[in-house]
Design a protein around this ligand. Structure first.
Ligand SMILES: [Zn+2]
Length: 88
């Protein structure tokens, strides 16, 4: 994963452009509203990957429960991390 200086400002999800904003967040690693994902600027490596996946999953399927989203982000980030798809 790219560092925060080169982190993408937009991602395409389900054919829609989603803005990605990195900033200092309190109490959460990230949050999401339709069309906007916010990620804590202090996150790196696998935590950043997990937070990004988490908020992307919310964007893709807003009806999934928090518990389900957490299960998906934990497992996907572990698998992608094992495959080398992040860097600190
Ligand atoms: Zn969530």
């Amino acid at each position: 994963m790219r560092n925060k200086r080169t982190f993408p400002k937009r991602l395409k999800l389900c054919g829609r452009s989603v803005r990605v904003s990195r900033m200092r967040l309190r109490r959460v690693y990230g949050d999401q509203e339709p069309g906007l994902i916010r990620l804590d600027s202090r996150l790196t490596g696998r935590k950043l990957l997990a937070a990004l996946l988490h908020e992307c999953i919310h964007e893709i399927d807003p009806d999934l429960s928090e518990r389900r989203v957490e299960k998906l982000d934990a497992n996907l980030s572990r698998a992608l991390s094992q495959a080398g798809y992040h860097r600190d």
